[in-house]
Design a protein around this ligand. Sequence first.
Ligand code: SF4
Ligand code: SF4
Length: 392
Amino acid sequence: MDTRKAYATFLLGKTYIGHLFSRLAVWKRGQGYSAFKEKYLADNFFELTPEERNAFPGFQKCINCGVCITQCLFSVDLLHEELPDPENIACSLSRPLPDLWTVKEDIYKCTLCGACETVCPQGVPISEIVQFVRRKISVIAPELAPYKEGIAYTKKGYNVFGERPAPFVYTKRAKPSYLLYMGCLYSLKEREAGQRIVSLLDNAALDFTILAEETCCGMPIDIDGNCYDVDLKRIAEMNIKTIIAPCAQCYSHLKEKANGNFNILHITEFLADAGYKLKAKTNLSYYDPCVLHIKHNIYDAPRQLIKTSGAKFIDINHDKSLLCCGAGGGVGMLYPEMAGAVAKERLKPFKEAGTEILLTECSYCLQNLRRGVSAKEKMKVYSLTEYLFLSS
Ligand code: SF4
Ligand code: SF4
């Protein structure tokens, strides 16, 4: 053996023996699973819950065909550099345990719209992979979440904006039967529409109330596993059984959290049942909030209301194929320009069909669809309830 080989063998042996000793020093047999986890957390190892362990094989079925990329607006037409495309998500974030510390903010740019999943031949649940990674970041490395201030504000009883909205103007009634849950966007960012919604019900002398210092429904932070519970106890103490929510996201989240303990209605269901009528002469269309028509099958109630007007109704979503407006998954709040770019794409068929008034009933959709229409354009966007008030 020549000197160089002998020296190399010596170095290798020294390193190996050093490694064995260092392991003995740091890691003694019998220390148990918690010590194992603590030691390997430094190597970005983390634990899966039993549910995640069951879901993981499904995450790993990607065959790299790339079909999903054709469906993701962010990857195809808009912002190639901004979002890891769905194939990338499927391949890089689920084969081994994802390295949360290298995923960075990009994972928060997915709207969770599920468009990519509709064409995947393997049925890879891409939006679930995204949520899985975000959940893990929330629990293991919360400092990496791009909206950590919003989480802190919400947990203190405010909302992601950390602002306390001014009270809405309406007649206070002694024993209200309904709670109108306005949500943070209608209370703060789409305030004018919010007040018009309140005024419609107030003018109809509905016996409702609105929570003083309403807290966030929790959706913006709960989708990433931040385990926030909306203050339903306070509502129960008011002896109120029915909650009406104008925002589709609040409706969906309250329904999930209430666990059958309240009668939770989306405002379009309430208004259609109560026989409200719309007065309009212009060409109308409706943008179905995805969470309502896909998750809760609330599809007929807004159409029933719109058709009371007798005006021309251009039903772009007649085949129920409409997808997220671009604001989903927190993108509307975190990356408004990206969300607005998606809205612009989604609105093309509405504009081409000659829509003059586009209605929707979700504060997230309303805010984002308005981003997709310039002031010069003929088409205007309103909340359906707001438009009922304006046309009354
Ligand atoms: S869920 Fe939507 S935004 Fe996210 S990767 Fe798939 S198509 Fe793109
Ligand atoms: S996630 Fe599905 S569609 Fe996308 S590359 Fe993998 S197998 Fe193909």
